[in-house]
Design a protein around this ligand. Structure first.
Ligand code: ATP
Ligand code: MG
Length: 378
């Protein structure tokens, strides 16, 4: 396994001029040896491009890729010693399951006894033992993709194993099992794993470190906890969580925070308060999980008009709009109504909320984040 250092950018077309011409903007990043990483982001953000630069399927138009300090930018995937599993099964239909699993090892001249042992282990891990002698062509899409995974996992001597949305064709229940399996395998063998997905649950359960990408950029790298508690960018706040973080437009006025025409105490952290003062306008970020109903006479509570409250099963999601104190209009202080919608994850107390009614929410506490120009103030 290897440490992988990237210092690169990639444009598919010649002579890139603006940021839009880059599938990957200049990026510096290190994947530590033995780490489990996910590349997470919406379609088209550059996940596959980045993965292919790591594997060697694609040569970045600028910069370098190094494995353990050795420049491998010009090397093929074979030379880099990378295993890659793709979205759709890549297997030999004319071979049996066992032969498919053995192929990457036989190809490298591994002794037969060792091949048998390793194939047996991998088949066991992926519940393929019973079908080892079956012809691959007759199997379901699920089983075929498991063979692809097995072919990726069978070699111990690879620099890294890269997965590009490998569970797309797998049914939801099996997906969950396989994800746990991969995690287990990682724990056992300390492989460097890099896993591409646009599914946050998949990324957050699989990886120790998640690289959140947006439009060719790695906007934040962090643990599940860090991405949830302190999104570095409003994009991460929106993208991670279900529903995502609430962002409330606010401004600094005479030593106070002004939100929907009301005054609130500034954050206790002096450095953050100074940045907010300097910026003048900013956004308050608060997760639905951290919004609580409050009493109207709580001086720090924020009033909002309930639009709906939905029972999701084990909890409720209430949607409410901030109401501007001065104008009586619902909407943000800057008139951007859409951004002034609050979503709160509540318990059974939400059953009593009626549309059109005003409810009060506690918004300010230690989980509250502040954003200037979409970036977290810290
Ligand atoms: N071979 C190519 N030639 C030109 N442009 C490409 C090529 N492959 C990808 N792109 C463009 O580069 C950008 C990043 O694409 P990429 O496939 O890396 O995204 P992705 O995050 O993997 O998306 P998805 O989740 O849909 O797989 C997109 O704008 C895409 O249109
Ligand atoms: Mg892709």
């Amino acid at each position: 396994m290897a440490r992988i250092d990237l210092d690169l950018a990639h444009a598919y077309g010649p002579n890139p001029r603006s940021d839009e011409d880059y599938a990957l903007l200049p990026l510096r990043f290190t994947f530590d040896d033995g780490g489990a990483y996910a590349l997470l982001g919406p379609s088209g953000c550059g996940k596959t491009t980045l993965l292919n630069c790591i594997s060697g399927l694609l040569r970045p138009s600028q910069g370098t890729v190094s494995f353990d300090g050795r420049d491998v930018t010009g090397h093929s995937p074979q030379e880099r010693n990378i295993a890659q599993v793709f979205q759709f099964p890549v297997i030999y239909d004319t071979m049996t399951v066992g032969q498919n699993l053995a192929f990457p090892l036989r190809n490298r001249g591994v002794p037969a006894a060792q091949v048998r042992e390793r194939v047996g282990q991998v088949a066991e891990m992926l519940d393929l033992s019973a079908v080892l002698d079956r012809q691959a062509s007759g199997l379901s899409a699920d089983a075929k993709q498991k063979i692809s995974l097995g072919r990726g996992l069978v070699r111990h001597d690879v620099a890294a194993i890269l997965f590009d949305e490998p569970l797309t064709v797998i049914d939801p229940h099996l997906k969950w099992q396989l994800r746990r399996k991969l995690k287990e395998i990682h724990r056992q063998f300390h492989l460097t794993l890099i896993y591409v997905t646009h599914d946050q649950t998949e990324a957050l359960t699989f990886a120790d470190q998640v690289v959140v990408m947006s439009r060719g950029k790695a906007v934040q790298v962090g643990t599940a906890d860090a991405l949830f508690e302190r999104p570095a960018h409003t994009f991460v706040g929106h993208f991670i969580g279900s529903p995502g973080m609430n962002f409330l437009p606010a401004r600094w006025r005479d030593g106070w925070i002004e939100l929907a025409g009301r005054r609130y105490a500034p954050p206790a952290d002096e450095a953050i308060a100074q940045r907010l003062q300097a910026a003048g306008t900013f956004k308050i970020g608060v997760r639905p999980e951290y919004l609580r109903l409050a009493r109207p006479d709580d001086g720090q509570a924020v009033p909002a008009v309930i639009e709906r409250a939905q029972d999701i099963g084990t909890y409720w999601i209430a949607a409410a709009r901030l109401q501007d104190e001065d104008t009586g209009r619902t909407g943000g202080t800057d008139g951007t109504e859409a951004s002034a919608l609050l979503r709160a994850r509540l318990g059974d107390e939400a059953a009593a909320l009626r549309p059109g009614e005003t409810a009060w929410f506690s918004v300010f506490h230690r989980h509250t984040c502040y954003y200037v120009d979409e970036e977290l103030v810290r």
